[in-house]
Design a protein around this ligand. Structure first.
Ligand code: ADP
Ligand code: ZN
Ligand code: ZN
Length: 746
């Protein structure tokens, strides 16, 4: 290490978004008052041959680099820090806990535009609102101009002004219609104050008078959280779908707003439906910011800054919104806390749930986690008294819970995945003019194209995976790397055999449904059918208006949506979830079943759930049917304890890939050697083994699992190991990443 030096000049220690485990030192820019520079500001620094945007982490008095080798920062971008001291503390913690380079952690906290060094002063967007005639008019009068009609209806449903961001999130083509509606004097530019600008400390009239009267369990939950405002505490609100969790959130939020504080609401990526936003808009008059991946960079930066400056009271966002700075934080809510989209699956692999809890602790505010099917980790934390359980055992209002039923399909005749018995049930339901929902978690036409003559299978050239048939587009596509080619008609191997699709995808089921139920309206909801912006919302609207009879879809259906007129739900292929090698699989399957079931019978009509299976005696399925999710969770946790698996032990997975087939293994052997040198013997080092998908996108993949019964020991080892791994000579020839608390082992 170079000699420690002391100067009169301050040294700026900054985080730069590069994948190395260190910070970088710079001198204060020429002609700059050092006393003015506070941690949390962005600056531009020379870095190699380029310039990069960095974040000031601390000002120090010395550097290990010699004075004449230190470069000067080019300029300071912000007068005031964008991140508070607590925000910085949280990022430091996250960098340490996930053993991830601090520069990348810091970068993840900012929206893209600010990362790029754009100004933190962003023009607020225009808002539009209905005029009095716009409020009064029947939208049917606009039926000749359907685009204008749908924009008008959007405004009428919201009963308040909408920003450009909100409109764009809903539909790309709103601009001309809004202009025409303004010309017709049905819409107007809203004055900036039309949605109560959230002046902190002076929150009056923040709520419209449409709160529901709560049942005793809801009230108990609300009281428990409200009593804890101003203090740290984690609450797990467990309630079946439809039990009124959202109502609890809204009533707690109201109290937080009355205290003049802000609320951060985190949702899984797919659940972030306009439905929840709309409910919040209808309930609260304060400004609500929204942040998710469908918005533009500008919109996301705007939401971030509005929360940072305290101009918005509520932020509805997905995982990445977790780090949004808050002027006056009061509460963090995480809805569907079990959802795996809260875990980032690349780069900085943080769990938004776990970091939210740490953030709540740092800020000294409560954290409210909600789910119908809590993660086993969270239930374990309740057992440990780390989280407090709030239970909503029944559905709110008049809705009754759906009845679950197994349908044994062994030796039964099937039509593209539908048994005769199921088809019969569907007919009965449809005859009553009620909706049917079919769940199949595989998109495309069929997962495999095989030659009936010679057994040739269409494989991805770059992955250990089959190509999926997308019949409508006439394509074969790899769902792992995106590689695609035209659907072929002739077997490339034997040239004569017949090519046959093997297995089921949503597209294939859709085709047979169209034949079996020719007079019914069928909607398919999956990633392919909802790619266009606004299309998912359109489908949901059609479903809610009752113009759809059968809804068919993937996991997109399992989350958050209300389908009040659905009374029959069928899970077409429950067995495919029963035999995974990942120990998380039973938990995920049970959650999926309960979540999908929750879509049925939400209004007055009771619902039924049918699961087609060839494993009618399977213990997991039996427990769910005869008892409930909680009983399943109890058994599953006991099994995890027996096997010393998380949450009874702690894991970190080191994943490696390279174009060279041998390199990942060689690298991991070197890591094992290092680990054995530094391990105190309490951490198991399992592997290296080939990844379950040994080749993906042309890269060979290996992995190494660290597991320990004691979290501090695992982390102590990783603390020593990670900086050393970075310096291994093989490290330059592979891509590697560490996943702390992995949620899937692939
Ligand atoms: P969850 O978020 O648990 O799925 P919601 O809060 O969305 O449940 O409530 C489900 C339905 O029940 C909604 O239509 C809601 O308006 C209604 N609801 C909630 N709480 C009550 C209540 N106390 N009385 C009557 N209806 C209620
Ligand atoms: Zn062939
Ligand atoms: Zn591929």
């Amino acid at each position: 290490m170079a000699k420690l030096q002391r100067w009169n000049e301050a040294v700026l220690r900054v985080a730069v978004a590069v994948p190395v485990y260190r910070l970088f030192d710079y001198l204060v820019p020429e002609q700059f008052e050092r006393s003015n520079i506070k941690p949390g500001v962005r600056l531009e620094v020379p870095f190699g041959k380029a310039k990069k945007i960095a974040v000031l982490v601390e000002c120090v008095q010395h550097s290990d680099v010699e004075l004449d080798k230190l470069k000067r920062a080019e300029r300071i971008l912000d007068e005031e820090p964008l991140l508070s001291a607590k925000d910085l503390e949280l990022l430091h913690w996250a960098g340490r806990y996930y053993h991830h380079p601090l520069g990348e952690v810091f970068s993840a906290a900012f929206p893209v535009m600010l990362r790029q060094g754009k100004s933190a002063v962003i023009q607020a967007e225009k808002r539009y609102a209905l005029t009095d005639s716009g409020k009064a008019i029947d939208s049917e009068l606009l039926k000749r101009t359907p685009k204008q009609k749908s924009v008008l209806e959007k405004f009428q449903a919201h009963q308040s002004s909408l920003s450009e961001a909100e409109l764009s999130a809903w539909n790309d083509n709103w601009k001309s219609s809004v202009k025409q509606l303004i010309d017709k004097r049905l819409l107007q530019l809203a004055e900036s104050g039309s949605r109560a600008n959230f002046a902190l400390g002076a929150a009056e009239a923040i709520i419209r008078n449409n709160a529901l009267e709560c049942n005793p369990q809801q009230q108990a939950a609300i009281d428990a959280v409200c009593d804890s405002l101003g203090r740290f505490g984690v609450f797990l609100l467990e309630g079946v779908t439809g039990s009124g969790k959202t109502e609890v959130y809204m009533q707690v939020i109201r109290t937080v707003l009355e205290r003049g504080q802000q609320v951060l609401v985190l949702l899984p990526e797919i659940t972030l439906t306009p439905q929840l936003e709309q409910r919040f808009m209808q309930r609260f008059t304060v400004s609500i910011a929204v942040s998710h991946s469908k918005l533009t960079d500008r919109q996301r930066a705007c939401a971030w800054l509005q929360m940072q400056r305290g101009e918005c009271a509520i932020l509805l966002g997905t995982r990445s919104a977790l780090f949004t700075p808050l002027q006056n934080p009061g509460l963090i809510i995480l809805d569907e806390e079990h959802d795996s989209s809260f875990k980032q699956q690349e780069g900085f692999r943080f769990s938004a749930r776990d970091v939210a809890v740490v953030r709540g602790k740092l800020l000294n505010i409560p954290v409210l986690l909600g789910s119908a099917t809590p993660a086993l980790e969270s239930l374990h934390n309740v057992d440990n008294k780390r989280y407090r359980l709030l239970h909503l055992p029944e559905r709110a209002g008049n809705a009754t819970a759906p009845a679950l039923q197994l349908l044994d399909i062994r030796n039964k005749r099937m039509q593209e995945g539908l048994s005769e018995a199921l088809i019969g049930e569907m007919r009965l339901t449809l005859a009553k003019n009620e909706q049917v929902l079919l769940f199949l978690n595989r998109r495309g036409f069929a997962p495999t194209l095989i030659c009936h003559g010679c057994g040739w299978v269409a494989r991805c050239r770059r992955c250990d995976a089959n190509l999926v048939i997308h019949y409508d587009e006439g394509m074969l596509r790899c769902h792992h790397c995106g590689q695609e080619q035209r659907l072929i008609r002739q077997c490339p191997s034997c040239k004569i055999g017949e090519l046959t699709p093997l297995g089921l995808g949503t597209e294939r089921v859709e085709k047979v449904l169209a034949e079996l139920f020719a007079d019914k309206v069928i909607v398919r909801l999956d990633r392919d059918s909802t790619q266009r912006k606004g299309s998912l919302e359109n489908y949901l609207q059609q479903i809610n208006q009752g113009s759809v009879n059968i809804i068919l879809g993937t996991q997109m259906l399992a989350k958050g949506h209300h389908f009040p007129n659905v009374t029959l739900v069928a899970i077409l292929d429950v067995d495919s979830g029963l035999f995974s090698i990942d120990f998380h699989a039973p938990e995920k399957l049970a959650q999926m079943i309960v979540q999908v079931s929750g879509r049925a019978g939400r209004a007055e009509k009771p619902g039924r759930v049918i699961m087609q299976t060839r494993q009618p005696e399977h213990p997991l399925l039996m427990t769910l049917i005869r008892q409930d999710y909680r009983s399943f969770a109890k058994i599953a946790l006991a099994e995890r304890k027996e096997a010393a698996l998380p949450p009874f032990s702690y894991q970190a997975l080191l994943r490696v890939q390279a174009t060279n087939a041998e390199m990942p293994k060689l690298f991991l052997h070197a890591v094992v050697e290092l680990a054995n040198e530094h391990s105190k013997g309490h951490t198991q080092i399992l592997g290296p083994v080939a990844a379950p998908m040994a080749r993906r996108a042309g890269l060979y993949r290996y992995q190494l699992l660290f597991q320990s019964g004691k979290r501090p020991e695992l982390h102590a080892l990783l603390d020593v190991l990670m900086p050393l791994i970075e310096k291994l000579k093989q490290a330059k020839k592979v891509r590697w990443s560490l996943d702390v608390d992995p949620v899937d082992l692939y």
